[in-house]
Design a protein around this ligand. Structure first.
Ligand code: PLP
Length: 411
C-alpha cells in the first residue's frame, strides 16, 4: 500500500479503468446473473452499513429478512409461510452447503452412536446434472456423492435415486432449473422416495426458484410441483441474485420448519459473546444487510406480476432464439423448459466421437468470443453450446449472435 493515499479524482479514474475491464452484460449469454433491478441497487446503497450478523443493531434489516423468507415461502407454495424457517445467504453454494450440513447432523440424530459401515463414508444422492457446488460440499463435509442417472431430457431417474439409497445415505437432492439445461427433476417422485425412506430432500432451485413459479403454462412444457406443497421436500434454495433481479450476493435458504432440522441447529449454534445476539447458527458471521434490503425491495416492488413479466420476457427470447436457429438449420438439443437453450454444433461425422464433438464445440465457443465478443458456454454432459437467455438480452442480440454463429459453422 502507498504511504500516502491518492486523491479521490485519481482513485475514481483508476476505478473507471477497472470497471471498463468488467462486462456490462452486453453480449453475455453464459451467466446466470444479470443486471440488478434499479430498486435493488438503490436499497443496497441505503443499507450499505447494515450487518445482519449482528441483529440487535439492525432490527429493521432483520424484519426485512423475516419478510423475505415469508414471501419466498409463499412463492414455494408453503402451506403456512409463517412456520417456514430460513435466512439469506451469499448464494446457491452457501445455501447448498448449509442444507447438506444439516442433513449430516440430522443423520447422527437418527442413528445415534452408529458410524457408517467400516470403510464407507456417509453419502448424499445427487442427480448427475447437479451443480459443482456439491463437489465442494462432499470435500468439505467428508461425504461421498452418489450420482443418480438421468434420462434423455437430462432429468434424474427416480428409480436410479432409490437404488442408490443405503444405510449411510444422509439425504437426497433434486434440482429445479439445472445449471446446464434448466430442467426440473421429477420432484413429486423424489418426494415420495424421501418420505418412504425418511430422508430429507433438498431442492436446489438456485436458478429455477425465480422462474418455475412464474411460468405461463402456455410458454413451457413444465407441469409439475417442486416445492413445499410436496410432503417430502424439507428445504429449498433459490437465488435472488440470479433470476430474482437482486444484487450480488443474495441467496435464500428455506426449511419447511425448524423441526425438520431435528437438533442440528443446536449442533451448529455457537455463543456470540460480543454481539447483540446470544447465538449464531448461520454459516457466515457478518452478513450483508444491504443484500437483504435489495432483495426485499425488488420482491416487494415487482410482486408476482412483475416476476411473471420478467419470465415471460425471457421465454419470448427463447421462442425468438428457436426461430433464428431454425433459419440456419439448427434446433435445441431438447425443447427448453425455461430460459436455457443447448444446441449441438458439431458435424454429423463427429456424432460417434464424443471427444471430437466436444473439441469442435469448444472451438466454436472460443471463436464466438475472440472474433465477435460473444460470451457463451459449452455443456459437459453432451457436446453442445449453452445459452442462458437472461433479462439483459434483447432479440436483436440474439439475431446478431446467430448470424455470427452461422459464419463460423459455414467455414
Ligand atoms: N445451484 C445451481 C443449480 C446453480 O446453477 C448454481 C450457479 O449457477 C449454484 C447452485 C451456485 O450458485 P452460486 O454461484 O450463487 O453460489
Amino acid at each position: 500500500m502507498n504511504e500516502k493515499g491518492i486523491s479521490e479524482k485519481e482513485l475514481f479514474a483508476e476505478l473507471g479503468s477497472f470497471s471498463n475491464a468488467d462486462t456490462n452484460f452486453k453480449k453475455v449469454f453464459s451467466s446466470m446473473c444479470t443486471i440488478p433491478h434499479p430498486v435493488a441497487v438503490k436499497a443496497q446503497q441505503q443499507f450499505s452499513l447494515s450487518n445482519i450478523g449482528d441483529p440487535g443493531l439492525f432490527r429493521g434489516t432483520c424484519e426485512m429478512e423475516t419478510e423475505v423468507i415469508k414471501m419466498a415461502a409463499g412463492i414455494l407454495n408453503h402451506p403456512d409461510s409463517k412456520s417456514a424457517f430460513g435466512h439469506l445467504t451469499s448464494g446457491g453454494t452457501e445455501s447448498n452447503i448449509e442444507a447438506v450440513l444439516h442433513m449430516k447432523n440430522r443423520f447422527s440424530d437418527f442413528s445415534p452412536g452408529s458410524s457408517p459401515d467400516s470403510g464407507s463414508k456417509l453419502n448424499l444422492i445427487v442427480p448427475k446434472t447437479a451443480h459443482f457446488s456439491f463437489e465442494k460440499i462432499a470435500n468439505l463435509l467428508g461425504i461421498e456423492l452418489k450420482k443418480a442417472d438421468i434420462d434423455s431430457s437430462f432429468r434424474v431417474i427416480p428409480e436410479s435415486v432409490e437404488s442408490l439409497i443405503d444405510k449411510n445415505t444422509i439425504g437426497l437432492i433434486g434440482i429445479a432449473g439445472s445449471t446446464e439445461f434448466g430442467e426440473c427433476d421429477p420432484i413429486e417422485q423424489l418426494s415420495e422416495i424421501a418420505v418412504k425412506h425418511n430422508l430429507p430432500l433438498h431442492i436446489d432451485a438456485a436458478f429455477g426458484g425465480f422462474v418455475y413459479p412464474f411460468l405461463n403454462q402456455s410458454q413451457s412444457n413444465y407441469n409439475t410441483k417442486f416445492a413445499f406443497d410436496l410432503p417430502g421436500v424439507t428445504s429449498v434454495s433459490l437465488d435472488p441474485h440470479k433470476m430474482g433481479l437482486s444484487v450480488i450476493p443474495s441467496g435464500i435458504l428455506i426449511f419447511k420448519d425448524n423441526s425438520v432440522l431435528s437438533s442440528s441447529l443446536d449442533k451448529i449454534k455457537v455463543k456470540t459473546p460480543y454481539l447483540t445476539s446470544r447465538y449464531q447458527s448461520t454459516l457466515t458471521g457478518t452478513r450483508p444487510g444491504s443484500s437483504v434490503a435489495a432483495t426485499y425491495a425488488v420482491m416487494k416492488h415487482l410482486g408476482v406480476e412483475g416476476y411473471q413479466k420478467n419470465v415471460a420476457y425471457c421465454m419470448d427470447l427463447v421462442d425468438h432464439f428457436q426461430k433464428e436457429l431454425k433459419k440456419i438449420g439448427l434446433k435445441p438439443c431438447i425443447p427448453p423448459a425455461i430460459n436455457i437453450i443447448t444446441v449441438a454444433v458439431s458435424s454429423e461425422s463427429d456424432k460417434f466421437d464424443k471427444a471430437a464433438a466436444h473439441e469442435k464445440t469448444e472451438k466454436i465457443r472460443s471463436q464466438l468470443l475472440e472474433k465477435y465478443g460473444w460470451n457463451v458456454s459449452a455443456t459437459k454432459t453432451i457436446p453442445a453450446l449453452r445459452f442462458v437467455l437472461m433479462p439483459h438480452i434483447t432479440k436483436e442480440d440474439i439475431s446478431e449472435l446467430i448470424s455470427d454463429l452461422k459464419k463460423e459453422l459455414d467455414k
